[in-house]
Design a protein around this ligand. Sequence first.
Ligand SMILES: *Cc1c(COP(=O)(O)O)cnc(C)c1O
Length: 231
Amino acid sequence: MANLQQRIQEIEQNIQAACQQAGRDRSAITVVAVTKEVSAARASEMIEAGFDQLGENRPEVLLAKQQEIETGATWHFIGNVQSRKVKDVINRVDYLHSVDRLSLVKEIQKRASQPIDCFIQVNVSGEATKSGVAPDELQQFIEEVANYDKVRVIGLMTMAPFTEDMAMIRTVFRSLRELRDEISALQLQYAPCTQLSMGMSNDYSIAIEEGATHVRIGTALVGGAESEGDA
Ligand SMILES: *Cc1c(COP(=O)(O)O)cnc(C)c1O
């Protein structure tokens, strides 16, 4: 695998090409560097390289990294969060990308010391194995969130299906954007819902073309566990 500088350069080029293709401004895209599989040392390198938005998906790993990393990173929790773990993470992260059920919203309400910026995870593709709110239940779900003032719905998040079918992936991303537009049109104060968290290593270009504001890039950017030491 290419070294870190090469990976950054390639991703930056791809992001700019996708922005150009879609007539979007590069500054509209936030890259969340997903460091869940690499060390705190590699995460620190990412910060030094200018990627200070870090994504983690396990509470223990998040806490361990935060103890080692002193420089100011912005933390995104991107994984499923078990209700009993909410208290461990909720006051240590800046964004939660994976709000997918009312029981989680209730637990956040109980444990958060201040309102937290959340993405509602939507299961656009409808796969049984995926978590997320069903598209046709989304509006009702978000209306219920009104009762819980610690959850600020800044946007929607989805995971594309695991497939080589790029047209299908694009359809999923486009559907999420349309859902985002429907919710934001409601002009709910607690749910501005302007953001779209979608796109990973294999599909971030498509996601950007379809309107992603946050791409969550792991292996293609930070490398995998096995690449540590090659940069
Ligand atoms: C691991 C993970 C990513 C990054 O995946 P890559 O394919 O390594 O880019 C993005 N989002 C979520 C929710 C993840 O769990």
